[in-house]
Design a protein around this ligand. Structure first.
Ligand code: HEC
Length: 160
């Protein structure tokens, strides 16, 4: 991630990832049709859950490994022995739940560019200012509030 070349390759990759997540012909899953939940950033975290219903870690794992919903494994690797192809552009997800709190994980998923404007990671719960978003996705976040909570719940189980 340090070299310019890696940055450029990563940036191109991020655009591809965003485009893949928003192919015009692809119907947005019903769950992703919801609007962005209002949230407050406290330090480097969103401490309040986005939903009243707690996240479900099993659903979160499915989102993380799904090549259409989360697409996380384009960039990340993790403890997913069944997944043959995993990314190398981003830190491995192993131990994420030991390194980061629920609130810190939540902000990184919702909009990592709030922490680093150059972040390659797509903003999963933002509907404005995204580049090249397919028609089906305009005005909609990539993951809805419940999906964000599910992924946070799953990442918290990744402890060292
Ligand atoms: C296009 C590449 C890309 C995709 C797709 C992506 N990420 Fe990331 N992610 C990154 C990069 C790069 C970082 C390192 C910090 C930064 O640059 O913002 C990161 C950082 C993180 C972190 C913080 C890691 C740490 O230990 O500090 C977590 C957690 C995370 N991503 C989870 C996810 C999850 C879950 C998904 C899918 C819903 C996902 N990422 C999708 C590129 C990506």
């Amino acid at each position: 991630m340090k070299t310019m070349r890696a940055r450029a390759a990563g940036a191109a990759f991020a655009v591809a990832a965003q485009a893949a997540l928003s192919l015009p012909g692809m119907a947005a899953p019903a769950a992703a049709r919801a609007a962005v939940q209002p949230y407050a950033v406290v330090g480097d975290a969103i401490t309040r859950p986005l939903t009243a219903q707690p996240g479900n870690a099993a659903r979160g794992r499915a989102i993380v490994t799904d090549r259409r919903t989360g697409l996380c494994l384009l960039c990340h690797s993790g403890p997913f022995p069944e997944e043959a192809f995993q990314g190398t552009l981003a830190p491995p997800l192993d131990g994420a739940g030991s390194r980061l709190s629920a609130g810190q994980l939540r902000l990184r998923l919702v909009d990592s560019r709030r922490l680093d404007p150059d972040s390659l990671m797509p903003a999963y719960h933002r509907s404005e200012g995204l580049a090249r978003v397919g028609a089906a996705w305009q005005g909609r976040p990539l993951l809805d509030a419940q999906q964000i909570e599910d992924v946070v719940a799953f990442l918290l189980t990744l402890r060292r």
